[in-house]
Design a binder for this molecule. Structure first.
Ligand code: GAL
Length: 353
């Protein structure tokens, strides 16, 4: 009897312990964030953007809106123009308005973690668009391979200038993409630096990616190096434009190769007239379609698998990274123009020196 009683007690104890350690029990502070789907209603996607003060993001807004609506869903778009507090309150309003899923382009990779937490408490999943949110339970990240962007820039520059003084005009320190791009650039430059062939005479982040801040950086680089500069890598075409303005002010324009990113209209026009050497084209049509497709599926409660994982400091985020394309005068027609990213007449028609 005693031994039977002991067995029963032991069995009871084990069951109790098992119940305590069973991970399937949802943690009280983290609600199950699977959307409650109402088949009647079209799903509603919220799109919280950092800024619309740049050519690229105006395109993202139009293309994403079109892609979501083509899938029979609705989209509500807000932009905070670089204001972190505004981006957080705009996202809160979207969450309270009952969206089914939130897509976000963070201005500040760290500050926007709060938005992800608030969305999950409301049972809403979050997709990071182009830029990763750091230290948060992001459900999906979709972008281009930003490290590859940096590699392509540095490969183009070192092919032209294997020896000399380099200036690196970085992106915004608040943007995870700027860090990935820089990592790619210096991965390629490192052996040249170690061999002593290349000296990086200036390396600075550019607040909010603005041309004005980039121009100020370049002015400083010219002063620091007495104008002894052989190549410039700027994190995007907007910052390249600022740097080139500074070079022009010092009579150095067209003599120094400059790399950019985004294939902005002004950037490809400069490639045509020779004041910029190359840019990295990222077909935004493909990105916005991919995000719309995945967002609408997830908003309908479908499980979407991703072929990559990116660690954002909190978790391995399921990710989709699309290939960027290096563009210079030689392949402008077969890439940017062929895709209709810019019309030939817009590039060649109004080109100014
Ligand atoms: C980055 C993006 C670039 C560039 C930049 C400035 O995150 O990857 O394409 O546009 O923002 O907005």
């Amino acid at each position: 009897m005693k031994s039977k009683f002991m067995t029963v007690c032991l069995f009871g104890m084990t069951m109790f312990l098992f119940a305590c350690t069973d991970n399937s029990v949802p943690k009280t502070q983290e609600p199950e964030h699977s959307p409650v789907v109402n088949e009647e209603e079209p799903v509603r996607i919220g799109f919280s953007m950092d800024t619309l003060l740049e050519e690229r993001w105006l395109k993202d807004r139009e293309l994403f809106k079109e892609a979501v609506e083509n899938l029979g869903a609705e989209v509500e778009i807000v932009a905070a123009n670089g204001d972190d507090a505004l981006q957080i309150s705009q996202a809160e309003t979207l969450i309270q308005s009952g969206i089914d899923l939130l897509v976000i382009v963070p201005h500040n990779a760290a500050a926007t973690a709060a938005i992800v937490h608030k969305a999950h408490l409301a049972g809403i999943q979050v997709i990071a668009y182009d830029r990763l949110v750091k230290n948060a339970e992001v459900d999906m990240y979709i972008s281009f391979d930003n490290e590859q962007v940096g590699k392509m820039q540095a490969e183009a520059m070192t092919a032209l200038v294997p020896k000399g003084n380099y200036v690196f005009i970085g992106g915004a320190i608040t943007d995870n993409n700027a860090h990935l791009l820089k990592k790619g650039v210096f991965k390629v430059l490192q052996p040249f630096i170690e061999s002593g062939d290349i000296h990086v005479v200036y390396d600075q982040w550019t607040k909010d990616w603005t041309p004005a801040n980039a121009q100020a950086n370049m002015e400083q680089a010219i002063r620091n190096s007495n104008g002894q500069i052989d190549a410039v890598i700027a994190a995007n075409d907007a910052t390249a434009g600022g740097a080139i303005q500074a070079l022009q002010n010092h009579g150095l324009i067209s003599q120094i190769p400059v790399a950019g990113q985004d294939a902005d209209l002004a950037g490809v026009q400069r490639i045509v007239v020779g004041t910029q050497t190359m840019t990295v084209y990222k077909p935004i049509q493909i990105l916005s379609n991919k995000v719309a497709e995945i967002a609408v599926s997830m908003a309908k409660g479908e499980i979407v698998k991703a072929d990559q994982q990116i660690n954002n400091g909190k978790k391995e985020v399921p990710s989709v990274l699309l290939p960027p394309i290096a563009v210079d005068l030689a392949n402008l027609e077969s890439t940017v123009i062929k895709d209709g990213f810019h019309a030939a007449e817009d590039i060649y028609g109004t080109v100014t020196k």
